[in-house]
Design a protein around this ligand. Structure first.
Ligand code: EZ4
Ligand code: CO
Length: 406
């Protein structure tokens, strides 16, 4: 049986530990589909885009027409792309795939073409205020079975830095009711990072897969220097070395270093990734399902990447809701060129609100067999955690206070 029409679509904004925006689509016979619409620090813009502009277009539509709905929301808007638009479209798309799979009585990966792999390799985050603390954090993740670990550490002379928790609690970048400010010094960072990875290789040997995120702060030449200085430590990848605005920056980096490169967590469409993939300037594409148009568009990126031997490494920070993780794992179970999945576990009380059919075990994630993408939201529980304004930090140069990329 196929549903005939969508009778309700509602937007739920809640903050069980951090903000999430969820779209819930309901069919005439009561089947519910869930989509993630969370855009960190700009949540209410997407909520309004959905409520005010997309929901009226959804009511009465045939939910089985996923492709046509996607085309209507993308091409029919006239105004193309952009993170707010593409996140809103992604939420609709995930919800419709969820509904289709529930009607089929199948886990989502079956609709995509069935399994290519048994489980999805993930990488965890190890952070510390200094090298010693980061070594401890890596050791801790290794004990939990992680085979791939991203390592970040405080830089001497810089008080607060991307990726490093100050409080001893799990790192959560959107930490202020108004933006907090960090101070940045590129030269100090470039001196420090090779020392961190030297210490990690000495301590943990060659086998452990190590990753690092430069978080968009370097010029092409500085990025090339960093890539070269890390070559002895054989990283799995070096992420976001330059700001994403100029993909051609990666040409210079690529010719200067063989350290594998990953980029794309802020991308929202194939058009952002096209040159990087086609010229094989990267090894991993980091676009996420939630910010890059949902399953329908994201798999076009992944298929395009496959032609050029680029593998996926989906963004998986805590600001992506469990719904995005559920979808990413189903897509990952099918996708031939899946590479790795980022995994930052969500913190309590999130499990009061989101019910998840996936699980982590010894360095891998497993998607469940329930029909759909396997993640649902308890609306009553969610109502106990109202939206709380939160911003990502600002970054300013330490020596003169001018604004830098965060
Ligand atoms: O800073 O998701 O690789 N992961 C990251 C993340 C991003 C946040 C921004 O919302 O770079 O931690
Ligand atoms: Co990143």
């Amino acid at each position: 049986m196929s549903p005939t029409k969508i009778v309700d679509a509602r937007v739920l904004v809640c903050s069980p530990g951090r903000n999430f925006v969820t779209l819930i689509v309901q069919t005439d016979d009561g089947v519910m589909g869930y989509g993630d619409a969370t855009l960190n620090g700009r949540e209410l813009a997407v909520a309004s885009y959905l409520r005010d502009h997309l929901v009226p277009l959804l009511i009465g539509r045939d939910p089985s027409r996923i492709e046509d709905t996607w085309q209507m929301l993308f091409r029919g808007a006239y105004w193309r792309r952009g993170p707010v638009t593409m996140t809103a479209i992604a939420a609709v798309d995930m919800a419709l795939w969820d509904i289709k799979a529930k009607y089929a009585g199948m886990p989502l990966y079956q609709l995509l073409g069935g399994r290519s792999r048994d489980r999805m390799l993930v990488y965890g985050h190890a952070t510390g205020r200094d090298v010693a603390e980061t070594i401890d954090a890596v050791a801790n993740l290794k004990e939990q079975g992680y085979e791939a670990i991203r390592a970040q550490s405080g830089v001497p002379g810089l008080e607060k830095i991307y990726g490093v928790s100050q409080s001893g609690k799990a790192y959560e970048p959107a930490d202020g009711d108004l933006p907090t400010t960090e101070a940045w010094d590129t030269a100090a960072y470039l001196r420090h990072v090779p020392q961190l990875f030297e210490a990690l290789r000495v301590k943990f040997g060659d086998e452990l897969q190590l990753l690092h995120d430069a978080h968009h702060r370097l010029s092409p030449n500085e990025a090339a220097q960093l890539g070269r200085s890390l070559e002895p430590y054989r990283l799995f990848w070096l992420e976001d070395v330059t700001p994403a605005d100029n993909p051609e920056s990666l040409r210079r980096v690529r010719t200067q270093t063989v350290t594998p490169l990953a980029i794309g967590e802020v991308f929202h469409s194939l058009f952002d990734c096209k040159l990087l993939i086609q010229e094989q300037l990267i090894d991993y594409i980091r676009a996420s399902l939630v910010h890059a148009g949902g399953i329908t568009h994201w798999r076009r990126i992944a298929d395009f990447a496959a032609i050029y031997q680029v593998r996926t490494g989906c963004h998986g920070a805590t600001d992506l809701s469990p719904i995005t993780m559920g979808c990413a794992l189903h897509v990952g179970a099918w996708l031939p060129n899946f590479g790795i999945q980022e995994y930052m576990p969500h913190q309590a009380p999130i499990e009061d609100v989101f019910e998840c059919d996936y699980r982590f075990e010894r360095g891998y994630m497993y998607c469940g067999e329930a029909p759909g993408h396997g993640v649902s939201v308890n609306e009553e529980a969610a109502s106990k955690f109202p939206y709380k304004r939160a911003y990502l930090p600002l970054n300013r140069l330490k020596h003169d206070g001018s604004l830098w990329d965060w």
